[in-house]
Design a protein around this ligand. Structure first.
Ligand code: ADP
Ligand code: MG
Length: 238
């Protein structure tokens, strides 16, 4: 269902190669964190996966199907960004339901889906509020609600907590992890924060210069770093 595979993927912008021979397989239901310094290619990888960018070489698969052969509607993914834009004039309920706009579901089915998503995210009491009446963490939750309401096979998150303060970030990390487990959806979570990566991931892909430096469990990359870059980045014992 929600397995993901990058097969020898290269991405160039003009003559600049930003992803190089990327080879990566993610299992259904896994939470994989892409971590690496700014500019290493993390967001580009998510955009390739979402079909928002085309590959220069290679293929990207979701559930065994080539992403670039699918219509946008057929790509069973949802994405949450750092700058999650909520519609200011809409209520929380309407913002979440917006995620189902193209689904063709009946009104009662939409209501049921919104109720379920808002219950999972602790938003039930806030459904009639407007975004300006919410805290930063609550807004981020609404953005997630809009994404999960469609029950995607694969959930992509690009530095979703960067705009929150440290305390809330810690709290939301745990919540996102719990949510992923409850939905048993595949999640790819992008961050430049190695602590976040180590605490959340089933497996971590450490990326530098458009290449995967190591792909393994937090324990593996910490105790058996593949190279000096990984050891430095993760802060492995010398
Ligand atoms: P990250 O998310 O890890 O910070 P990105 O994937 O956003 O990195 O960017 C990787 C590299 O690709 C950067 O050098 C960036 O400047 C470049 N890049 C990203 N998008 C484009 C684009 N549309 N056109 C040209 N260069 C781009
Ligand atoms: Mg980025």
């Amino acid at each position: 269902m929600g397995s993901v595979r990058f097969e020898q993927v290269t991405k160039r912008f003009g003559s600049v190669e930003v992803i190089r021979n990327m080879e990566l397989s993610i299992e259904d239901g896994e939470l994989v964190v892409f971590v690496g310094p700014s500019g290493c290619g993390k967001s580009t990888m998510l955009r390739l996966l979402a079909g928002l960018e085309s590959v220069s070489e290679g293929r990207v698969y979701i559930g065994g199907r080539d992403v670039h052969m699918l219509e946008p509607k057929e790509r069973d993914i949802a994405m949450v960004f750092q700058n999650y834009a909520l519609y200011p004039h809409m209520t929380v309920r309407q913002n979440i339901a917006f995620g189902l706009k193209l689904s063709g579901l009946s009104k009662p089915d939409i209501e049921r889906a919104v109720a379920e998503a808002s219950s999972l995210l602790g938003l039930k009491e806030l459904l009639d509020r407007k975004p300006r009446e919410l805290s930063g963490g609550q807004r981020q939750r609404v953005a997630m609600g809009r994404a999960i309401v469609r029950k995607p096979q694969v959930f992509l998150m690009d530095e979703p907590l960067s705009n929150l303060d440290a305390k809330l970030r810690n709290h939301m990390r745990v919540e996102i992890r719990k949510l992923q487990q409850r939905l048993s959806t595949t999640m790819i979570y992008v961050t430049h924060d190695q602590v976040e990566a180590m605490t959340m991931a089933d497996r971590i892909a450490i990326i530098d210069g458009g290449e995967v430096q190591q792909f393994g469990t937090p324990q593996e990359v910490y105790h058996r770093p593949a190279n000096i870059f990984v050891a430095d980045f993760i802060g492995s014992p010398a």
